[in-house]
Write a protein that binds this ligand. Structure first.
Ligand code: ATP
Length: 300
């Protein structure tokens, strides 16, 4: 086999509960991850060295060197196997870059799956999950897909039972937001207001809505502790979120650390209508529809 292509989805956080700042600078999180049908594609081709090329959506903002998360994943996998394998990776991006939809983590997960296949390693998912956790806290979920609760830094995962399919509209913003900057702003806001930060817990009404496939209840239960910080850093998001609510979204929130905004619709048709309204309202760089949950990386 000379070449393997893997398709990998973006994620939205249905709940992102951020606990108190820990001594090591991280936060304990409860993160309800949900994989949605916006896909990057990673093609791994046998080569002597390690190289990466990025095409598509905002490709110019993605590093094409050892900082690329997909290359880091390939190197980590080769290290785990104890061999000096080579690979050329071509990433076709559709997931917005620095958009709070874990595009880089998705590419890392896709690279692990593609190189595992290309190099004939045959490692089981559990081994790939361990390597993934060392690359970044969102990478294990990117390998798993579907819907899952992540605890710790987000890397300890429990898959969730979900009935049916949910329909989403995503409003993509101009430029990204740095995840580290958004967390720092969240800490600053909490300190300034003297807010008592509770230990993060998964919201039972949200989990019940997922189990029963109740879109209205899910819309009411969406929450993101990073949202005030993201809106503070990017004031225009308040207008984007308000426009979605005014046009009948069942729920509206900033995805992860933003600046992408996610809106829940009642059906595929409703999602199409909502997307048209948001486009007409001119509150985003682009507006796309998607559905979830979808499976994790798939070899094509
Ligand atoms: P998260 O939701 O996990 O916080 P994000 O969606 O906000 O992440 P990414 O798209 O993953 O952000 O990118 C964050 C940064 O990581 C980018 O600014 C980019 O420089 C770097 N990066 C490294 N590798 C990649 C990659 N393969 N795709 C996208 N960004 C990458």
């Amino acid at each position: 086999m000379n070449s393997v292509t893997v398709r990998v989805p973006a994620k939205v956080n249905l709940q992102l509960a951020v606990g108190p700042l820990r001594d090591d600078g991280y936060h304990d999180l409860v993160n309800v991850f949900h994989a949605v049908s916006i896909f990057d594609e990673v093609t791994a081709t046998a080569e002597t060295g390690m190289s990466v090329r990025v095409e598509g959506e905002s490709a110019d903002q993605v590093p094409e060197d050892g900082d690329n998360l997909a290359i880091r994943a390939a190197l980590a996998l080769a290290g785990h196997a104890g061999r000096s394998y080579g690979v050329n990776l071509v990433i076709r991006k559709a997931i917005p870059v620095a958009g709070g939809m874990a595009g880089g983590s998705a590419d890392a997960a896709a690279a692990l799956v593609a190189c595992n296949e290309l190099w004939g390693l045959g490692l089981p998912l559990e081994d790939l999950m361990e390597i993934a956790a060392d690359i970044g806290s969102d990478v294990p979920f990117a390998l798993l897909g579907g819907t899952a609760v992540g605890t710790g830094r987000g890397e300890r995962l429990t898959p969730l039972e979900v009935s049916g399919t949910f329909h989403w509209v995503f409003a993509l913003a101009e430029g990204g937001l740095s995840t580290a900057t958004v967390y720092a702003e969240c800490d600053r806001l909490r300190q300034a207001t003297g807010e008592q930060v509770a230990w993060p817990r998964a919201a039972e009404p949200l989990l019940a809505a997922l189990r029963s496939g109740d879109a209205e209840a899910l819309g009411a239960g969406l929450s993101n502790d990073l949202q005030p910080a993201a809106v503070r850093l990017r004031g225009s998001l308040a207008r984007t979120l308000a426009a979605g609510r005014e046009h009948g979204a069942l729920g509206a929130l900033v995805s992860g650390s933003g600046p992408t905004c996610a809106f829940l619709a009642g059906s595929a048709e409703h999602a199409g209508e909502l997307a048209a309204c948001l486009k007409a309202a001119d509150v985003a760089r682009d507006v796309i529809t998607a559905h979830g949950p979808v499976p994790g990386p798939v070899v094509r």
